[in-house]
Design a protein. Structure first.
Length: 292
């Protein structure tokens, strides 16, 4: 088994914690980032030679650059970058404040993009590596009450999907990880619930509010097994573009994709009807290159 060096954001809890513990236990090195002071002290004590803790607020561009550059300077090489830090902002779109919207995007979407962009020059110079971008079943399927969370996950999937083609020539693989419900602290500790607008109590958006306030449900996914699957994916070459984790995620994503494909197929003729009738129109290249 090849020993690797990993950079993992949000290493103090959830998937980041499970990944860190499993990797350190098998002899890999980990740079683990955290926001809450003291939240990774136990990892530092247990693996003083192999775990490097770094404070990181992924909404701070300067701190992202500093942490990434310092990690490479200290360790020489990082094989895998795991963009994991994030949280869920739940509530109907109208219930959200502007500040909540900005912070959700800055954390889940812009923060992930900035982290990866900061790592790319190092990965290129060392001749390759792997990027794991944590998304969610919510990056392919969407439910009322999670509009902003879905916006960030759909956005980061589009970014990572295009990125994979850009960096493949440099030996850099990109995998989008799409877990379903897992028994981590995400649901009842890592999610923020918007203030209630009474009019939405009788709409589908109220379902997520009931889940988060009643605390009567648990995800079916085992986070330790999911972390093991993420680690194993790094041994695959080429990198799997997507890694679906959990039977609930698989079913929801399959249903969502089938529904979208069905909608698209019914519009074949109407889509063609908008083509230019002029001869000599250039049609090669990305279909949406000139999209408005």
């Amino acid at each position: 088994m090849t020993s690797r060096t990993w950079l993992i954001t949000g290493a103090n809890s959830g998937f980041g914690r499970h990944l860190s513990e499993q990797l350190l236990s098998r002899g890999d090195r980990v740079v683990g980032t955290f926001r809450a002071i003291g939240s990774v002290d136990d990892l530092s004590r247990r693996w003083p030679d192999d775990f490097r803790a770094a404070h990181l607020d992924v909404t701070d561009p300067a701190e992202i650059t500093a942490v990434v550059d310092e990690a490479w300077a200290a360790l020489g090489r990082i094989d895998v970058v795991v963009s994991n830090a994030g949280y869920g902002l739940m509530g109907a779109a109208e219930e959200l404040t502007d500040d909540q919207v900005v912070h959700q995007i800055a954390t889940n979407l812009t923060g992930s993009i900035r982290l990866i962009r900061a790592a790319l020059p190092h990965l290129r110079r060392q001749g390759g590596g792997r990027i794991l971008q944590l998304s969610s079943v919510g990056g392919q399927a969407a439910w009322p009450g999670g509009s902003l969370y879905h916006a960030t996950k759909w956005g980061v999937e589009g970014f990572a999907d295009a990125l994979a083609g850009e960096v493949a020539p440099f030996g850099i693989g990109v995998t989008i990880v799409e877990p379903g419900g897992a028994r981590t602290n995400f649901r009842y500790g890592g999610s923020v619930l918007a203030d209630r607008i009474e009019a939405y109590d009788v709409t589908p958006a109220a379902a997520i509010r009931r889940v988060l306030t009643e605390r009567t449900t648990e995800g079916i996914g085992d986070p330790a097994l999911m972390a093991t699957a993420m680690i194993a994916s790094v041994d695959h070459d080429p990198a799997p573009r997507r890694l679906v984790l959990g039977s609930d995620a698989h079913q929801a994503i399959e249903n969502a994709l089938n529904a979208r494909l069905s909608d698209v197929r019914t519009q074949r003729d109407s889509a063609k009807a908008t083509d230019s009738p002029l001869e000599g129109v250039i049609t090669s290249g990305p279909a949406d290159l000139n999209a408005e």
